[in-house]
Ligand binder design. Structure first.
Ligand code: UD1
Length: 420
């Protein structure tokens, strides 16, 4: 298993190019199941989760080909030969559940392994299933699998989500593109990735309006066709490197970064004493003064994203005064806390809140990555700490961040990957 060795204490200066969004790219690949023609995606990030999604689509019978030489364009197409998503892939990556709606809409049946819990929480899929039932599917659970059938095709309906689930909104939006009549999704998730997915589906011939608001309307069509679509840039990767500039007292230009997509994150940076500006196609982040403690609560977009919580925890651990972070989306997303405390942070968890008492400095230590975003919070802590940090289980990081060590080292960080 690979490890990172980080020698901290250097402010980062320079430019980092932000890649295509993991959380958009995964669903856009799945959209390839909705047509027999080819869907070409550009700005595809080179990360492990995309490779897993390619493997899943391939076992459904599609071909996923790399176009050109730079590894960032994929062409998806071909006939669906299997409507089953097996346990070994779904258990590796929960986003696999997103094939359920498209398979059902296109083939009128699907068998998808139940994802089960994961490190950050139990993460049920009841909203996906109830929504598909509202569209006319018959769903049974058997032997750890979801068996879904709609022999006469899906039929549009009004679906009121009790919680603005990202995955449920996407699954239902994709399924509804091929349902008969109109589907309304009320209390839909409003993340920018929703808009990116809807734009791509509309380019494929779907009729979706309202994506990015809490009320999405989809007029079903007979069939979708091929299209070409550029994946939006990754707002979480952008926010993560912004934290690297902030925690080291540096100055970074994040190429492709969009302030507009970061919502409450920008306000949190500003309150904490970090300057964030849009300069053309880049977001510039710098800190010259002290970091100040702030209170944060994670919420669905446009609130503060749970996917930035761990990174801000590292940042606030060296801020002046006390901070409080309340996690409302996932019940077990504080696994980075004991690791940060091993590096000298003073963080106490009380239920879904963490109190962070800022310390003057952190010290390097051997630490262990537990999930994707938690891994990066430990890198951030390592970049700010005195001495050497050895981060093990880097494979968590490779699921969603491309070329971390290269991007950081180019801006002055001392970080190297040790294979093995
Ligand atoms: C997506 C993102 C993930 C992000 C999350 C919240 C992808 C691949 N992943 O995950 O990075 O952290 O949004 O912004 O895009 N829930 C239910 N029943 C359901 C569905 C969800 O109870 O049927 C609960 C979940 O357990 C969780 C909360 O709702 O507590 C949020 O989940 P959801 O918005 O669906 O997140 P994901 O789509 O899984």
């Amino acid at each position: 298993m690979d490890r990172f060795i980080i020698r901290g204490g250097k402010p980062l200066h320079g430019e980092i190019t932000i890649g295509g969004a993991k959380n958009a790219g995964l669903k856009l690949l799945v959209a390839g199941l909705l047509t027999s023609e080819r869907l070409v995606l550009t700005n595809v990030p080179h990360i492990a989760d995309i490779a897993t999604m390619r493997a899943l689509l391939t076992q459904h019978g599609l071909t996923v080909e790399t176009v050109g030489n730079d590894n960032t364009t994929l062409s998806v197409g071909g006939e669906i030969t299997s409507t089953e998503a097996p346990y070994d892939i779904v258990s590796k990556m929960r986003a696999s559940i997103l094939v359920l709606g498209p398979l059902l809409a296109r083939c009128r049946e699907a068998r998808v392994s139940l994802p089960g819990g994961c490190a950050i929480g139990t993460r049920p899929v009841d909203l996906h299933l109830k929504g598909l039932e509202a569209l006319g599917a018959t769903i049974t659970l058997e032997n750890g699998y979801i068996n879904a059938r709609a022999p006469n095709g899906l039929v549009g309906d009004r679906i009121m989500l009790p919680f603005a689930s990202v995955g449920a909104t996407e699954n239902l939006m994709m399924a509804a593109t091929l349902a008969k009549g109109r589907t309304e999704i009320v209390n839909a998730a409003r993340e920018p990735e929703m808009v990116d997915l809807a734009n791509c589906l509309n380019a494929m011939g779907a009729k979706i309006t309202g994506a990015g608001t809490g009320h999405i309307m989809i007029e079903g069509v007979e069939a979708l066709h091929g299209a070409q679509h550029r994946i939006m840039s990754d707002r979480i990767e952008c926010g993560t490197y912004a934290c690297a500039a902030a925690i080291t007292g540096g100055d970074l230009r994040l190429i492709g970064g969009q302030i507009d997509h970061l919502g409450a994150v920008v306000r949190a940076f500003e309150e904490a004493g970090v300057e964030v500006t849009q300069e053309g196609d880049a977001m510039r982040v710098r800190r010259t003064g002290a970091l100040r403690g702030i209170d944060i609560m994670t919420e669905p977009y446009p609130g503060f994203p749970t996917d930035m919580q761990a990174q801000f925890m590292a940042l606030l651990s060296v801020a002046e005064g006390a901070s409080m972070i309340t996690e409302t989306i996932f019940e077990n997303r504080f696994m980075h806390v004991p690791e940060l405390n091993r590096m000298g942070a003073r963080i106490n968890v009380h239920g879904s809140s963490a109190i962070i008492r800022g310390v003057h400095s952190l010290s390097g230590a051997p630490v262990m990555a537990t999930d994707l975003r938690a891994s990066f919070s430990l890198i951030l802590a390592g970049l700010a700490a005195h001495g050497e940090t050895i981060l093990s289980r880097v494979y968590h990081l490779d699921r969603g961040y491309e070329a971390v060590e290269r991007k950081l080292a180019a801006c002055g960080a001392q970080i190297e990957r040790v294979k093995g």
